[in-house]
Ligand binder design. Structure first.
Ligand code: ADP
Length: 192
């Protein structure tokens, strides 16, 4: 890695692949800021603002909120001093348009992405994990229909992002079916 004191990372993977857990691991291990767009959107919804109400309809349907909404939020987070020590993006970019916008924002900050990582887990395993999670967590997007929609959206809209990024960023594919600790170990190895 060019600048070992700072890590600019993006973590990809379908719903249920363990992105959030591994992003928290990277935060504690490397001191980077964890930027989780799903969390940011759920917080906005909880605030009950006009924007939050609009966002809520997308969340409940498992559909992506419009690019301009999320890009504005992300720009704000990346430009804040908390991201100076590095960051791990969790859930962004999810479309090629978002990836282009990210490239612009990071270009202006003179802080290009160092590495993209993808947690790979087969669909049947994801459905199993998410259905179990639905019993312990109260997320209105963990119903069978919405889970299916989120996985479809990932396949159709987010997988192309990895092809787009691969032209200028290293993309590391990681087996997300292993034990959490083992996945963390492989992630650290990829980070270098
Ligand atoms: P998961 O990866 O399990 O689907 P997230 O918490 O990352 O969970 O995302 C939950 C929801 O938040 C998504 O289904 C989508 O509606 C919305 N969302 C999150 N990130 C983005 C994004 N980058 N662009 C548009 N919508 C997003």
């Amino acid at each position: 890695m060019a600048d070992s004191a700072r890590y600019n990372l993006a973590l990809f993977g379908p719903a249920g692949s363990g992105k959030g857990t591994q992003a928290e691991f990277l935060k504690s291990k490397l001191g980077v800021e964890h930027i989780a767009t799903g969390e940011m959107l759920r917080e906005e919804r909880a605030r009950g603002t006009d924007l939050g109400q609009t966002v809520g309809t997308y969340l409940a349907a498992g559909r992506l909120v419009p690019d301009e909404v999320i890009v504005a939020m992300i720009r704000h987070r990346l430009e804040a001093p908390q991201a100076d020590a590095g960051f791990v993006l969790d859930g962004f970019p999810r479309t090629v348009a978002q990836a282009r916008a990210l490239r612009d924002v990071l270009g202006n900050l003179d802080r290009p992405l160092d590495l993209a990582m993808v947690l790979e887990v087969p669909t049947e395993e994801l459905i199993k994990r998410l259905s179990n999670r639905a019993k312990v967590e109260d997320r209105d997007d963990d119903t069978p229909e919405v889970i299916e929609e989120r996985l479809r959206v990932y396949h159709d809209q987010t997988e192309p992002v990895l092809d787009y990024l691969a032209d200028f960023v290293q993309v590391a594919r990681i087996d997300g079916t292993k034990q959490v600790d083992e996945v963390s170990r492989e992630i650290l190895q990829a980070v270098g």
